[in-house]
Design a protein around this ligand. Structure first.
Ligand SMILES: NC(=O)c1ccc[n+]([C@@H]2O[C@H](COP(=O)([O-])OP(=O)(O)OC[C@H]3O[C@@H](n4cnc5c(N)ncnc54)[C@H](OP(=O)(O)O)[C@@H]3O)[C@@H](O)[C@H]2O)c1
Length: 261
């Protein structure tokens, strides 16, 4: 995939499309989450990532409403904490209430509960999907073996797996394993866990008049990895979205992939 526009989407299960780049909100308190989401929507992001555990769903929901961008034009992800197993239905109802929405676009199992795949939790997720409380369901921090366990137990694969991902952890086998199960890869902590001073990234960034952060995010986009960078600062929220006016060459993509070797 070569992402050419800022509104590029990736198709996930059930005919749902997720915008390739989203705005992450982990560690943003309510005020920063509100101003960050307002800035992101103003700049053009149409995908916001939150979680019950981030304790900012109410601020995220208010920012979406106040933005003037229609609810139907914003893709909202939230997540169920692993410690809430057995209380999945209450948890999504609380998320919907805090966000002030009738449904979310994607609901994720935040971590494997007790480090287990937990098919019962997945069954509760399927129920929430069938009840229209979420348009799609997925997991986060799951291994391929755990995903297979869910598929074996229910016949339904997660639409997406949200995992730590950046050029330095790039793993072609993981990409192939997810692809063969039709599970879309969504990367988190793309910048924080990267070496932004790496000379390969610096050289490629200089060749395009971009920053190393933008090269990393563009690398995600070109591979079709959904990515959700986070910043408190408007100028960086803007910088992280300004990745659709340049393309990486095949040679550059290969050099960046090799950072994960
Ligand atoms: N599912 C999970 O378990 C999980 C775990 C972690 C994260 N996530 C999700 O993924 C999102 C992104 O991951 P993350 O927040 O861990 O990390 P990240 O987006 O990789 O990095 C955020 C950090 O990088 C800085 N930054 C942002 N843009 C920058 C730029 N252009 N140049 C240099 N520094 C920049 C930010 O500082 P400033 O704010 O000062 O700009 C912040 O300290 C989260 O917000 C959350 O939504 C999910």
């Amino acid at each position: 995939m070569t992402a050419r526009t800022s509104q590029e989407v990736v198709r996930i299960a059930d005919g749902v499309s997720v915008p390739l780049i989203g705005f992450g909100t982990w560690e943003l308190n309510r005020d920063d989450a509100y101003s960050g989401v307002r800035a992101a929507l103003d700049i053009g992001y149409r995908h916001i990532d939150t979680a019950t555990a981030y304790e900012n769903e109410d601020a995220v929901g208010k920012a979406v409403r106040d933005s003037g961008v229609g609810r139907e034009n914003v893709f909202i992800t939230t997540k169920c904490p692993p410690s809430y197993v057995g209380r999945e239905a209450e948890t999504i109802d609380a998320s919907l209430k805090a966000l002030g929405v009738d449904f979310v676009d994607l609901w994720l199992v935040h971590w494997p509960p007790n480090r287990q795949a937990s098919p019962d939790t997945w069954k509760a997720f399927i129920e929430a999907l069938e009840q229209g409380k979420t348009r799609s369901i997925g997991v986060s921090n799951y291994s391929i073996a755990q995903i297979d366990e869910l598929i074996t137990a229910t016949g339904r694969a997660p639409a997406l797996n949200q995992i730590p991902w950046n050029p330095f952890t790039f793993d072609a086998q993981e990409v192939a394993d997810l692809q063969s199960r039709q599970v879309v890869l969504e990367g988190y902590s793309p910048l924080k866990r990267s070496d932004l001073g790496n000379p390969v990234l610096a050289e490629i960034a200089a060749a395009h008049g971009k920053t190393a952060a933008q090269v990393i995010l563009r690398w995600h986009a070109e591979h079709g990895f959904v990515v959700i960078p986070r910043s408190k600062r408007r100028e960086r929220i803007e910088e992280n979205f300004a990745i659709f006016d340049f393309e990486l060459t095949q040679e550059e993509l290969g050099r960046i992939d090799a950072l994960g070797a």
